[in-house]
Structure formats: C-alpha cells, structure tokens
Design a protein around this ligand. Structure first.
Ligand code: DSN
Length: 414
C-alpha cells in the first residue's frame, strides 16, 4: 500500500491500526470472516473505474466487453457452486438484496411470514422499524420457548391462519438446521412464494456441510462476506420464472451502476469455495463451533438449543447472572470480538440484552481447530468471570494475543 502511505498517511495509519487489531485479536462475531488476499486484490482493482448499468450484453454505457466477461464468469461460478437456475450478482449487500426480493415477489401491503428478530431472525425479515415491516403486512413465527427451536407445526399453524403471499426462512442468530422441505410444503399449502436468506450459512452450504435450499426454494439470497468468505456484497439466486422480475428490480428498480470490482471479488470467492479444501473449511467451522459450545456448557453456560448444527451459538448469560453488554465489553477488553444478542422472550432491551452471539468462521479461517476452540471458550469464561478485575483482564489479553499470533490471518494463504 505504498501509494496510500504517501497520499494519505492518516488513512494508511488507521488501516494499519485495524490490521493489528484484527491480527492480535480473536474474531468471534458470527457474521465476520477473513477474506483472502486474492479477493482483496480484485476489490482493489481498476474495475472500480467502470460504469456498467444493465446486464451482460445489455449495458447502458460503452466499453463493457471486459466487464461482461467478468460478470458472466461470476454468474456461472455461482450457478455451479449453489446449483442455481439464475443468479444476479449485482446486489450491493444483504438488505438491498432482500429488498429486491420483496419488490419482485410481493406487493406493498401483502402478507409475509418471517422469523422474529429477537428469536434469531433478521431486521429485513419483518421488523417494524425496517422497510420490510414498514411496507408489508408481517406475521412472525417464533422459536419454541422450551427448546428454543423452530417448531414447524407452529409455523404451519400461523401460515394457515395468515395465508401469507411469501414465507421467509433464514436467520441471523439461530444455531439449528432449517427444515427447508417442511417450509416449502407449508408454502405450497397456502400458495406462498418461498424465500430463503442463507447469508449466515452460505459457506457451509457451498462447502456441502449443510443442506442446500436452492433447488427447493423459489428465491434465495446470501451475502458473500460471512461463512462464504468473500467480499462485502450479496447475490440473489432464483428459479427461472423469477429471473426477469428479480433482474428488473435490482436494476433499474433499486440500484444504479454495479460495483464491478466487488463483483469480480465475488467471482474469486466462488472459485475458492468450489475448491475441495473449502469443504474441509466448512466442516471444520461446524466442528469448532460445536467444540466451543460444548466447553462453554461444561463451564456452566446455557447455550440456546443446547448446542449448534452450524457456525454460531447464542449464550444465555442469565445462567451466569450477567448481561450481554457486560460480557461484550469484558471480551472486547481482552481482544475478543463478539456481538451482544437478544434471546427469545428476552425481558431486557436490545442495547443490553441477555445474551451474546459467538461464531467460529473467522477462527477457522486462521487455521484453528477444536483444541483452540476449547481454549478460546476457556478464555471467554475467564474474561466474563473477571469482568470487573482489570488486572486479570490484562493478563487474559496477553493470552489472547499469544494465541492469535500463532495463527496469522494470512499466514499460509499469502
Ligand atoms: N449484521 C449481520 C449479522 O451480524 O448477522 C446480519 O446482517
């Protein structure tokens, strides 16, 4: 980054500081990951200079023959990776991708069914402050109070009562497998479009460690920067019958010029995810999450659903008489990043809820295995227990730094 250092030493220094923070810390935010240097090189390329409104072969600006080649390659790789009939690689991020799905598949005011935010859903799955909750008439299903799992009988009950035009399956904080076929069968009963948001688990699906809903559902969105380990962005996959509406909604409906540099980086990440080694990554990510959850449960923490099938877990800190914010702040002090999280039926507010959400994708990308996942659970426990003991937190900080340094972010992937 020699040019940046010379042109803008302030931003250069900030990036250097953030690099050090990432290098010396442990990243447990379930939606974050370390993308490859190849992905970052594509993002930092001259493709950022181009305007290319439209689609392959149908652009509104000249000079797009090379961009067409890139976008066609990104699409064909994504199709191969997920077995999709149609892919739009232009969405700028997860929420705009989801907005495009609503605009293409239902009308404002139509009934839609999605998982409630504090039960593990996402803002764009019908929260009242989000465009989804503001523009569509939402019913939301919940997890079962006892098992904290989605109860498909209850989903069916709500669907039969509300008769939504679209049913959403997907989550931001849920650690169990989704029964895609059961969702599809309920949707067929009420004549609803099926929409899966696989942002969190796309990498695990691409790595064949979890079931793929793409052939089952009508429309599937995912961000590309979580378990998929690509650049910040999103894609929409759909059955051929939705292709025209989805494409028209993304452009010109919502977006202008696509971010070609990011779309090239998406193509790189799809290529990486098609490699056999990505299957090892996906499997290891789940094993690491299970090891971490197991160790936390051994240490007396309540993990929602008593374990995990994927890369994440939500810890109910009422089991330790603590709040999510206290734990998040204590962990931050020792160099462990995580996100506070509401738990189902939480009586506390979102800014200081009863839980934290932890995930294994980033640690696994650094090459850590189950031994390290167990050790990290121990460090989390120590930090949380000693949240008011600054000296102890300092010593845990050194242990975190030591462990992180053994697994450089770009050690063997340079
Ligand atoms: N912010 C993402 C997450 O953390 O799950 C979802 O958009």
């Amino acid at each position: 980054m020699q040019h940046l250092r010379e042109t803008d030493p302030e931003i250069f220094a900030i990036i250097a500081k953030e690099t050090l923070r990432q290098e010396e810390g442990l990243e447990l935010i379930a939606s974050e990951n370390y993308t490859s240097q190849a992905v970052m090189e594509a993002m930092g390329s001259v493709l950022t200079n181009k305007y290319s409104e439209g689609y392959v072969g149908k652009r509104y600006y000249g000079g797009n023959e090379v961009i067409d080649e890139m976008e066609a390659l990104a699409i064909s790789r994504a199709k191969e990776l997920f077995g999709a009939e149609h892919v739009n690689v232009q969405p700028l991020s997860g929420s705009p991708a989801n907005l495009a799905v609503y605009m293409a598949a239902v009308k404002p005011g139509d009934k839609v069914l999605g998982l409630k935010l504090d039960h593990g859903g996402h803002l764009s799955h019908g929260h009242p402050v989000n465009f989804s909750g503001l523009n569509y008439s939402f019913s939301q299903y919940e997890v079962d109070e006892k098992t904290q799992r989605i109860d498909m009988d209850k989903v069916r009950e709500v669907a039969l009562r509300e008769r939504p035009k679209m049913i959403i399956a997907g989550f931001s904080a849920y650690s169990r497998d989704i029964d895609w076929k059961a969702f599809k069968s309920i949707a067929d009963e009420v004549g609803a479009v099926t929409f899966a948001d696989i942002a969190h688990i796309a990498g695990l699906i691409a790595g064949k460690a979890l079931e793929n809903p793409v052939s089952i559902f009508d429309i599937v969105t995912t961000t590309t920067h979580k378990t998929l380990r690509g650049p910040r962005g999103a894609i929409i996959m759909c059955k051929a019958q939705f292709q025209k509406d989805i494409d028209r909604t993304v452009f010109p409906g919502i977006q202008g010029g696509p971010h070609d540099h990011v779309n090239a980086a998406k193509a790189v990440c799809f290529l990486e995810a098609l490699r056999p080694s990505f299957r090892d990554y996906a499997r290891q990510t789940i094993k690491n999450a299970q090891a971490m959850a197991g160790e936390l449960m051994n240490r007396g923490y309540k993990i929602l659903t008593d374990g995990t099938d994927n890369h994440l877990m939500v810890v109910d800190l009422r089991s330790k008489d603590l709040t999510g914010k206290v734990a998040e702040v204590a962990l931050e002090k020792v160099g462990i990043s995580c996100s506070r999280s509401t738990i189902p039926f939480d009586t506390r507010k979102a800014m200081d809820p009863s839980g934290i959400r932890l995930g294994s994708p980033a640690l696994t990308s650094r090459g850590m295995g189950t031994g390290e996942a167990v050790a990290v659970a121990g460090l989390i426990d120590e930090a949380v227990k000693n949240h008011a003991n600054e000296a102890k937190l300092q010593s845990i900080r050194s242990q975190v730094r030591e462990l992180a340094k053994k697994f450089p972010m770009y050690g063997d992937k340079a």
